[in-house]
Design a protein around this ligand. Structure first.
Ligand code: ZN
Ligand code: ZN
Length: 381
């Protein structure tokens, strides 16, 4: 488990429940945002190309021997806003490189994993800037509980019903087997080819260890694998992207044959540039996800400044690493076979939001017939 020190009370409660549920050993890595800032202020420049590789190797080793993974998010969305974007980019890249073996085990569901959120003072202050700190913190907890269905009478039953809904939607799309999706909206005119043998997923998954898990709480998306060479046209992001402590806003990109060939952002452009320069796969897409505008997070009208929530408020795409499980039988394919189907490979996986109540999406069948899939941000059927 990873958590910030601000999430200590929740981490402790989860630890207790984990042991009672049969966990043999709970190991939590706590992070401290003050210490992170000290690194940016005092650490020698060359050190920003390094990461605690031994730590991530250890995590990968734990996953290989069956450890489950739980991340508690809730970081200050603007922690690194005033730090040198070059250092931020290099540190992120070094971290991504070291984390790659562990991330690979997660993205192919070798283990059961999930991400949940804890309200923290800095995050709450950013979301509710006009409220007193304790009121803001309470408001953020309420928002987390509402969007993760914890405030319903029977949260477990609510999750089961929600999960069944997402599975049904994914099954519908799997039956359709669209060759591509066509997006139209303000600043967006975009055609995205889907990977060969792609598979839509939504809600829970059975990991390779046989355990059923709901990765990401909240989750509102059905998602699949785009073909890394088949994205063409322009896309405008509909929400700001909070990435590793920096806000990236007003993202507008143009794709040609899967690659970003033009990019601008009204804020955080340098960080975005460094991000897509991480490797060749960082400027290609690894995930496509559909979320109706009426989902609880979208209808809350709140911007969370946290991808776990904001990506579930809108249809989105992700730059970088694809999820192997989004190809039929993908877990058994070699890296070359996966690439042949169109699976993207990268050190990064960063979701950004392109959906809104103004977005129309068509499904394009194998015989090039366009069928309405979403209209004004809602499922067309
Ligand atoms: Zn997603
Ligand atoms: Zn994603």
């Amino acid at each position: 488990m990873t958590a910030s020190l601000d999430a200590l009370p929740l981490a402790r409660r989860i630890t207790g429940h984990a042991y009672r549920a049969g966990a043999s050993l709970v190991t939590t890595l706590f992070t401290d945002e003050e210490a992170t800032l000290m690194r940016y202020h005092y650490a020698p420049d060359p050190s920003f190309d390094r990461a605690a590789g031994w730590l991530y190797d250890g995590m990968a080793a734990a996953f290989r021997s069956g450890a489950a993974r739980l991340a508690i998010t809730g970081a200050n969305p603007s922690l690194l806003a005033n730090e040198d974007p070059d250092k931020v980019g290099r540190a992120n890249r070094a971290m991504s490189r070291s984390y790659q073996p562990a991330l690979e085990l997660i993205t192919r569901f070798h283990i059961n994993w999930t991400i949940v959120a804890a309200a923290t003072p800095a995050w709450a202050a950013q979301m509710f800037p006009n409220d007193a700190p304790d009121v803001a913190l309470g408001n953020l907890w309420d928002a987390i509980f509402a969007t993760t269905r914890i405030d319903s009478d029977d949260p477990v039953a609510a999750w089961k019903a929600h999960d069944a809904n997402l599975q049904k939607r994914a099954a519908f799309l799997n039956e359709k087997r669209y060759a591509a999706l066509k997006y139209r909206g303000p600043g967006t005119d975009f055609r995205l080819g889907l990977a060969d043998d792609h598979q839509w997923l939504g809600g829970g998954s059975t990991a390779e260890n046989g355990l059923y898990c709901i990765p990401n709480m909240p989750t509102e998306e059905v998602f699949s694998m785009p073909h890394k060479d088949r994205a063409d046209g322009t896309v405008t992001a509909t929400k700001p992207l909070s990435h590793q402590g920096t806000m990236i806003e007003g993202i507008h990109v143009r794709f040609e044959q899967g690659r970003i060939v033009e990019m601008r952002a009204s804020k955080g452009q340098e960080v975005l540039q460094k991000l897509i320069d991480t490797d060749d796969g960082a400027r290609r897409l690894g995930e496509v996800a559909l979320v109706p505008h009426s989902s609880p997070i979208a209808s809350s009208g709140k911007l969370f400044f946290n991808t776990l929530f904001d990506e579930n408020a809108a249809s989105h795409v992700a730059l970088g690493q694809a999820y192997t499980s989004c190809v039929r039988g993908g877990e058994k394919l070699s890296p070359e076979e996966l690439a042949g189907k169109g699976a993207n490979k990268s050190l990064i996986h960063v979701d950004w939001m392109i959906g809104s109540e103004k977005l129309d999406i068509d499904g394009i069948t194998a015989s090039a017939v366009a069928e309405p899939l979403m209209r004004r941000g809602e499922w067309a059927d």
